[in-house]
Ligand binder design. Structure first.
Ligand SMILES: Cc1ncc(COP(=O)(O)O)c(C=O)c1O
Length: 489
């Protein structure tokens, strides 16, 4: 009986062993992946940022077994990499570009190979220490008190969700209080915040859109008067959300003034710095982000401002008890991992329990390169944005405000009729994307269609911006020709 069981186990083992390749097979995998990655980085130098296929081909991305890594890599290249947006390209100047610094990918690789778990100190004190050190580095960078806590999340959306739930719990916004509660925002706040309200059960609260100035920044006097009026009406103002760089326009709200008003009325102050927060590392950014230290909760995104691959955001919160309320739990099956001082356990500060050891991708490049190259890269982006804005203005484009950081927008005045002009500027963007050497995106500002440029890829260089200007000029001429032909018809 026992020998039969042994044989059954060994039979299964002969198949399950495939999950642990070794020897020549392992070497073969390594060398092919290594070669593939290096070709990828080589090709990136000349590759378009946007490859538009009328009919994307994704036919071979099914789960049919194919043991040949050669085949799989070929399919991956043709059907994943060679179509759509190329996020790792320096020509990615749309939305908010991400990064992908090489050493971060090696950090990810080591994290995945070792599968260390950083959520708790008990099973992996080293991994937890790496993540805690990163959090404490950010706490110091943003002038938060040493008692603040933080968490490395999957990105800005979850980081903002954690901030909003902490605000809710700290101010005890629940039950009957929700429909009477009011939050004050910039109409350009990121939509993940609106999602966060719904997820956090706050859908029924009132949202007040504070007037903006010409540079799309919240007007503090208007905020003050809105709060006053709401208090007089018997409502419960509880949260002010400021932006350290909006996605739409890159505007930085007057963070210090908003902070003073939040303090005056005892409101929770949340700042979304997912896009612009890490400019705090630069002299220019630090000056512009003055007041960021006043936030009760702050979101920053290393997969944007530190050029890391997608999948790492961060939230810092001053009042630990607010974030522990929703996220700290003692389960019987985890009593042996529980410690008195659970601030060291990131699992107690986030809805996530088991998660990728994402701190490794941030720690490895900073550890090996120091922070200087990141600061130079941020400064370089600030100057590139200024250079592009000035160059476009010189060429006669209608410009949005000078970039606070590295987002700017523009359009061309093809036609006096605003609807026709919007249409022609849509065509301008279409032509830019047809070319594909750079990728830009658009937004609507006060009913006007504008083209945005967001410079945050570490691979965007002066040559990329020269190329961008060339592509925009060529596309503009095409649209002018198109419009002239249509007028003649
Ligand atoms: C200002 C801002 N907040 C939040 C987010 C959401 O972050 P994520 O996409 O990492 O979830 C973004 C994304 O671009 C953003 O620009």
């Amino acid at each position: 009986m026992n020998s039969l069981l042994r044989q059954q186990i060994l039979d299964l083992q002969s198949v399950s062993e495939k999950l642990e390749p070794s020897g020549v097979k392992l070497e073969n995998y390594f060398s092919r992946i290594h070669g593939f990655s290096h070709n990828y980085l080589d090709e990136l130098k000349t590759k378009k940022a946007w490859v538009n296929k009328d009919e994307p081909n994704v036919s071979d991305l099914n789960l049919k077994t194919d043991p040949s890594l050669e085949n799989v890599l070929k399919t991956f290249k043709e059907q994943v990499i060679d179509q759509g947006l190329v996020p790792s390209s320096g020509g990615h100047l749309g939305y908010i570009p991400g990064g992908g610094v090489y050493l971060a990918s090696l950090g990810d690789y080591l994290a995945a190979i070792s599968n260390e778990y950083a959520g708790m100190v008990y099973p992996s004190p080293g991994a937890a220490a790496i993540e805690n050190n990163l959090i404490h580095w950010m706490i110091a960078l943003f002038g938060f008190p040493k008692t603040a806590v933080g968490n490395l999340t999957s990105g800005g959306s979850i980081a903002n969700l954690i901030g909003i739930t902490a605000a809710r719990d700290s101010k005890q916004i629940k039950g009957d209080k929700i429909p009477k509660s009011v939050v004050y925002v910039n109409k350009h706040l990121h939509h993940c915040m609106l999602k966060a309200f719904r997820i956090a059960g706050l859908e029924d609260l009132d949202i007040r859109y504070v007037n903006l100035d010409q540079n799309h920044r919240m007007n503090p006097e208007h905020l003050d008067s809105l709060i006053k009026a709401d208090i007089e009406k018997g409502l419960i103002p509880f949260l002010v959300i400021g932006n350290a760089g909006t996605t739409d326009t890159g505007a930085i709200d007057p963070l210090e003034d908003l902070g003073k008003i939040a303090q005056k009325y005892n409101l929770w102050y949340h700042i979304d710095g997912a896009y612009g927060g890490f400019f705090q590392l630069t002299e220019t950014g630090k000056e512009k982000l003055k007041g960021i230290e006043m936030a009760d909760s702050l979101v920053i995104d290393p997969h944007k401002g530190l050029f890391l691959p997608y999948g790492i955001g961060a939230v810092l919160i001053k009042d630990a008890s607010a974030v522990l309320h929703s996220n700290h739990y003692i389960a019987n099956y985890m009593l042996d991992a529980y410690e008195e001082d659970s601030f060291h356990n990131s699992a107690d500060l986030s809805p996530e329990l088991t998660k990728h050891f994402r701190g490794m991708r941030m720690w490895l490049p900073i550890k090996m390169l120091g922070i200087e190259p990141f600061i130079s890269c941020l400064n370089e982006k600030l100057l590139l944005a200024q250079f592009l804005w000035e160059s476009l203005e010189e060429r006669g484009f209608q410009m949005g405000p000078k970039p606070e950081l590295t987002v700017l927008y523009f359009n061309w005045n093809f036609n006096e009729n605003s609807e026709i002009n919007n249409e022609l500027n849509r065509k301008l963007l279409e032509e830019i994307l047809k070319d594909g050497r750079v990728f830009l995106s658009s937004t609507i500002i006060n009913d006007i269609f504008v083209i945005r440029v967001a410079i945050l890829s570490f691979r965007t260089k002066l040559s990329t911006i020269d190329l961008c200007l060339e592509v925009i000029e060529e596309a503009k001429l095409k649209v002018m020709e198109m419009a002239a032909n249509e007028a003649m018809d």
